[in-house]
Structure formats: C-alpha cells, structure tokens
Design a protein around this ligand. Structure first.
Ligand code: ATP
Length: 259
C-alpha cells in the first residue's frame, strides 16, 4: 500500500487494494472491480459513513436472520475479498449457513473462495455452493444453488446483488436482505430489507446488533424485522445524499432553463 494514512481517501484506497489482491488470488472477478466502482461512487456521495437509516436496517436485518428457521448468507468474490472474517462471524452469531454464489461462475473461482474462507476459519462442511444441485428461476449462472442452502432458505442475505436474482428470491417467498450502497438499484427496491451502506461497515454492525439481540424471543425478533419500512429507508438514504451536498456547486437543480 503506497498511500499514506493521512490521505483523505485512505480507507477507500485500502478497500481497492483488497479487491485487487482478490482478483490476483482468483477470488474476485474483474467485473467485480467495476461493480465496486459503482458502489464507491455512492459511498462518496453518502460521505463514506453509516447513516441512521442504515443502522436501523442493519438491526432489522440481524433480527430477521436470528428469527429465521433456515438463514443463509450468500457470498460472492467481492464479499470474500473484503469481509471474510466478518461473514464467518456473522454466520456464527446468527446460526446462518454460508453459500458461495457467483454471477461470473467458474469452478476455479468457487474453489478459491471456499479455500479462502476455510483459511479464515470456516470448516469444510460449513460452506455450501461448490456442488449446486438446485436452481432458481433465472437464466444465468447465479441460478445454480444448493437444495439445502439458498433453495430451502427462508431468509437470505445477498450483499452486492444483481436485481434479477434478488427478485427471483423474493418471488419464491423468501425474505431477502441486501447490502447495497446504491439506494436507486433494482436490488435495493426488490429486497425485503436493504442496508444502504458499505459492506465493510454493514457486516460488523450486523454482528454487533445481532449479539445485542441474542436471546430475544422469536416474536420480538419478528416484530423488529417487520417494523422496518424499506421504501422509507431508501428515501431517507436519498435525502441524506442530497443534504450532504446541498449548497455545493453553482448550479442548483431545478433552476436551469432549457436553451
Ligand atoms: P441492479 O441490478 O440491482 O440495478 P447493478 O446492475 O447496478 O444492480 P451490479 O453491478 O449487479 O449492480 O452490483 C453492484 C452493486 O453493488 C451496485 O449497486 C453497487 O452500488 C453495490 N456495491 C458495490 N460495492 C459495494 C460495497 N463495498 N458495499 C455495498 N454495496 C456495494
């Protein structure tokens, strides 16, 4: 890492480095870097901080996972490169299974991610996705899932998701939690709960909040999850972006005239 800690984008550059290392290790796809760029732009607009509605969404999401009978955390190449320890910890705290599911699926990449997670402390039998034996109603590689994992799950965490799969999971009657910095994406709109935050901040928050709620009765956990209004949270994220930048620049939206 060449950037000094005093660099204003230090954290952001560190995250980039981790993803580039992920590509070199065969974990993250090159397309994953581009997807990260879209997220990074929204993180910049949000002020690279966790907004209040994202904390509330993280709490509702943690409650949903704790209350679920068969929760699953779906892991792709970006998540494996950025938060391997944290995703394993979240699975321990919530009792959720981990399943590797890739948009740009190659068997080598699935194996590299599984090995990477094992190196971070997950035992072999705890990782699903290497041998998919069921499918979702989709026409690309992401349709391949495990019958005992995502296919049978009642709640699925799908961070950094594409809108199609999120919609497919929701249409199967599953509760879908996503982490997406873009509050305007199809994924953000289709999910039951969207956490508009960077995955590197959201997963640690979910772990902390899940620990706080451990031992709560199921009906209380369901109540916390159900109280969450996804539409309202997405609107709040857009308001936060607007208020973060209000007064910046010389042209105000709505005040320009057509030539
Ligand atoms: P959609 O199909 O939902 O409209 P998309 O096509 O815009 O999504 P993809 O390229 O499939 O998006 O996935 C990338 C998504 O993940 C983007 O919405 C981006 O904002 C988000 N993203 C990327 N990196 C992160 C990150 N580190 N934390 C949270 N979200 C991220």
């Amino acid at each position: 890492m060449t950037a000094p800690e005093s660099h204003p984008r230090y954290q952001s550059l560190l995250i980039r480095e981790r993803l580039v290392a992920g590509v070199r290790a065969g974990i993250t796809s090159q397309e994953g870097l581009i997807a990260h760029g879209r997220g990074e732009a929204f993180d910049y607009l949000l002020g690279e901080r966790t907004i209040g509605s994202a904390i509330r969404a993280s709490r509702a999401a943690a409650a949903l996972l704790l209350a679920a009978k068969r929760p699953v955390l779906s892991v792709n190449g970006n998540v494996a490169a950025l938060v391997p320890d944290e995703i394993i910890e979240l699975s321990r705290v919530t009792g959720a299974q981990i399943e590797i599911n890739l948009f740009y699926r190659t068997e080598n990449r699935v194996r590299a991610i599984a090995d990477h997670l094992r190196a971070h402390g997950t035992s072999a039998h705890e990782i699903l996705g290497e041998h998919p034996d069921a499918s979702l109603p989709l026409d690309h590689a992401r349709s391949q899932v495990c019958a005992d994992g995502i296919h049978a799950a009642d709640a699925v965490l799908v961070p950094l998701e594409d809108g199609d799969r999120c919609q497919a999971l929701a249409s199967m009657g599953k509760s879908v939690i996503t982490i997406d910095l873009n509050p305007l994406s199809r994924t953000a709109e289709a999910a039951t709960i969207t956490i508009v935050d960077n995955v590197v901040r959201a997963i640690p928050n979910m772990i902390r909040l899940a620990r706080q709620m451990e031992g709560l009765p199921e009906d209380k956990l369901n109540e916390i999850a159900l109280q969450h209004d996804n539409k309202e949270a997405l609107q709040d994220a857009i308001r936060e972006i607007v208020s973060q930048w209000k007064g910046q620049g010389e042209v105000e939206i709505g005040e320009t005239e057509a030539p």
